[in-house]
Design a protein around this ligand. Structure first.
Ligand code: TPP
Ligand code: MG
Length: 260
């Protein structure tokens, strides 16, 4: 998709492919016929909206819209804009994201409204580690603990990379697990590129909801996972592969379907 548009974000998308697959294919109760209010369903909020390629691919493969539409990614008048937008009315998209830092606040709002509606389903959210540089995230994290938003499971893509370099170099985050704990959250940690571990850890998180604390999963991933020349390299945060790089990448990803 990113090659087709010659623009977009392959690095974080590849790193989070296991997570989104686990969430939509194994963990969440959700309905691809799509109801915006999500009543009676688990809801997912993608806060790091730049990894839209993997989000759109997951939604298409779980029946939200035709696979063929993936080929329109980032094209004029497509519903699959570079960053997800509700304006396009693409099934599966409940918030616009891409302007980093806002998804935690939205997820908390959705979680609180579920409580008001006596809806026992959960809210899941995903955030980039570089995204944690945004102050709004920490206001929201503090709010969630204070208001006992215990029907929320937020995951941080802890790949150590962001747009301009390593997170350590751009703005050192320190130990983000300890930070979330200091803010009053229950925390878990997992290898986000090990499917069994992802499913087991999120399942465990589900059993820990309803106990007065929001839950955060620190997810270790590799940016560009599965393509050797992209792995762990911030330069692949938001650059499209050329023809030769695409061929090399697809050679290494034999299960890539390319059927859209
Ligand atoms: C409010 C805001 N500021 C800056 C940007 C530009 N920007 C896009 S992605 C990015 C880095 C995000 O890093 P991370 O969340 O770790 O994502 P990764 O590179 O790991 O995919 C930045 C600064 C933005 N999209 N929104
Ligand atoms: Mg990152």
């Amino acid at each position: 998709m990113v090659h087709g548009a010659q623009s977009g974000h392959p690095g974080g998308s590849l790193g989070c492919a296991d997570f989104l697959t686990a969430l939509y294919c194994k963990i969440m109760k959700h309905d691809p016929s799509f109801h915006m209010d999500g009543i009676g369903e688990d809801i997912f909020v993608l806060s790091n909206g730049h990894i839209s390629p993997v989000f759109y691919a997951t939604l298409a493969r779980t029946g939200y819209f035709p696979l063929s539409e993936l080929a329109t990614f980032r094209k004029i008048n497509s519903r699959l804009q570079g960053h997800p937008a509700t304006h396009e009315h693409l099934p599966g998209i409940r918030i616009a994201s891409g302007s980093l830092g806002q998804g935690m606040s939205v997820a908390i709002g959705a979680a609180l409204s579920k409580k008001l509606n006596k809806d026992s389903r959960l809210v899941f959210s995903l955030h980039g580690d570089g995204e944690l540089d945004e102050g709004q995230v920490w206001e929201a994290v503090m709010f969630a603990a204070h208001h006992k938003v215990d029907n929320l499971i937020s995951t941080v893509d802890w790949n150590g990379q962001q747009i301009d370099g390593t997170t350590e170099k751009v703005m050192n985050l320190g130990n983000i697990r300890k930070k979330f704990e200091a803010f009053g959250w229950t925390t878990l940690e997992m290898n986000g590129n090990d499917m069994d571990e992802v499913v087991a850890t999120i399942s465990k998180a589900q059993t820990m909801t309803g106990q007065g604390k929001p839950i955060a999963i620190m997810m270790h991933t590799v940016m560009g996972k599965g393509v050797d020349f992209m792995e762990d390299d911030h330069n692949w945060h938001g650059v499209a592969p050329n023809d030769e790089q695409l061929a090399k990448a697809l050679d290494q990803l034999p299960v890539t379907l390319g059927d859209y």
